[in-house]
Design a protein around this ligand. Structure first.
Ligand code: NDP
Length: 341
């Protein structure tokens, strides 16, 4: 076993879209696990949109990554040394190891993986993103049979879970995705009733026309993943007593200043008021008490084929920064993962 590992650190804070110079690839000694700690060789690491927020020195729900610090993130791999009696070398686990080939975590921060499913599912469909879609839809969206749901980033791990659970509960599901290929995936692989390419529309009103045609009974649940033009297109089409689980706003993650238009806020809020809408923000890390309920419902749906999933696997830790830049631009097709071994 080599005694060196590789990791990606934050070299400088990005201004706008991240660039190569914002990251550094470093070689370090593999650390030795202390009391109660476990050393893991990471096989696959996850890339997620929230990591863009961690690169900013801004007040948020989590601390930023310090300059020179290892980029934050989850990964799955094999225990190679353990000072926790619950784990033995060879066990496959999930943990927050950062963008790194090896990582140490206290045993109580790890999750053992189910050997019956591929380990990559712990990063996507059965991991944090899939759980996010399930939680936001079922707990906050409160879906009812016969209603209409709209979700953007619809072929990603959050959006595809939202669409498939909504479909299983008898809703009409409308996807918004970037490009013809992703729209075809949305309907053919994930069973959406209709799919709309947001990139084919330069403004919200043109997108709204196509959406209105796809949602003849209006929209009861808008699962908010992207904000911006899509949100503006959707809002006037919401039905009375509609629900908006506010999950993410990726269209603004690389923004260098607040988008224009505080003068539009009264229009947004008057729609919320007049239509009795409920908008509920959430951060999934505060809701893991429901994770077992999610697994109980979704694992059988994956085994039976009722829930499909798609993974986009890049190779090599050195390619993680470029792959992450692509994720923020929609270049990923499915859950973005990086294979390290
Ligand atoms: P995805 O794998 O779906 O990747 C992001 C996708 O966003 C891209 O592929 C692209 O899809 C879409 N996108 C990028 N820019 C734009 C844009 N300007 N307008 C519209 N769509 C755009 O991501 P996830 O499924 O992992 O995450 C989806 C959302 O959920 C994100 O906003 C994320 O931050 C949020 N999230 C929130 C959590 C919470 O706790 N609240 C937890 C986990 C995720 P396309 O090409 O189809 O447009």
């Amino acid at each position: 076993m080599t005694d060196q590992m590789q990791c990606i650190t934050l070299a400088q804070r990005p201004f706008g879209a991240p660039k190569d110079e914002d990251f550094a690839l470093e070689t370090r000694d593999i650390p030795t696990p202390g009391e109660g700690e476990v050393l893991v060789r990471v096989h696959y690491m996850s890339l997620d949109p929230y990591m863009r927020g961690r690169m900013n020195d801004a007040k948020s729900y989590a601390e930023p990554v310090p300059i020179g610090g290892v980029m934050e993130g989850g990964g799955c791999g094999e225990v190679i040394a353990s000072n926790d009696p619950s784990y033995a070398p060879g066990d496959m686990v999930f943990g927050m190891f950062g963008w790194a080939t090896h990582g140490i975590q206290p045993g109580n921060m790890l999750r053992k993986l189910d050997p019956r499913v591929p380990i990559t599912t712990s990063l996507g469909v059965l991991g944090m993103p899939g759980f996010t879609g399930w939680y936001g839809l079922t707990e906050l969206g409160k879906p009812k049979k016969g209603e209409t749901l709209v979700v953007a980033a619809a072929t990603g791990p959050v959006g595809s879970m939202v669409g498939q659970i909504a479909k299983a509960r008898g809703l009409r599901t409308v996807a918004i995705a970037g490009g013809a290929d992703k729209c075809a995936l949305a309907t053919e692989k994930f069973g959406f009733d209709a799919a709309i390419d947001h990139r084919a529309h330069s403004d919200a009103s043109s997108l709204r026309k196509e959406l209105a045609a796809a949602c003849p009974d209006g929209i009861d649940i808008y699962f908010e993943n992207v904000g911006g033009k899509v949100f503006e297109a959707v809002l006037p089409l919401m039905n009375r007593f509609g629900r908006i689980p506010v999950c993410g706003m990726i269209s603004g993650y690389n923004a260098t200043e607040m988008p224009e238009g505080p003068d539009r806020f009264p229009m947004f809020w008057s729609t919320v008021l007049i239509k009795h809408l409920t908008a509920s923000g959430f951060i999934i890390s505060n809701h893991f008490d429901l994770y077992p309920a999610f697994l109980q419902e979704v694992v059988p749906m994956i085994s039976s084929g009722q829930v499909a999933y798609l993974e986009d696997i890049a190779e090599g830790i050195e390619n993680a920064p470029r792959t992450f830049m692509g994720l923020l631009e929609g270049k990923n097709v499915g859950k973005q993962i990086v294979k390290l071994i």
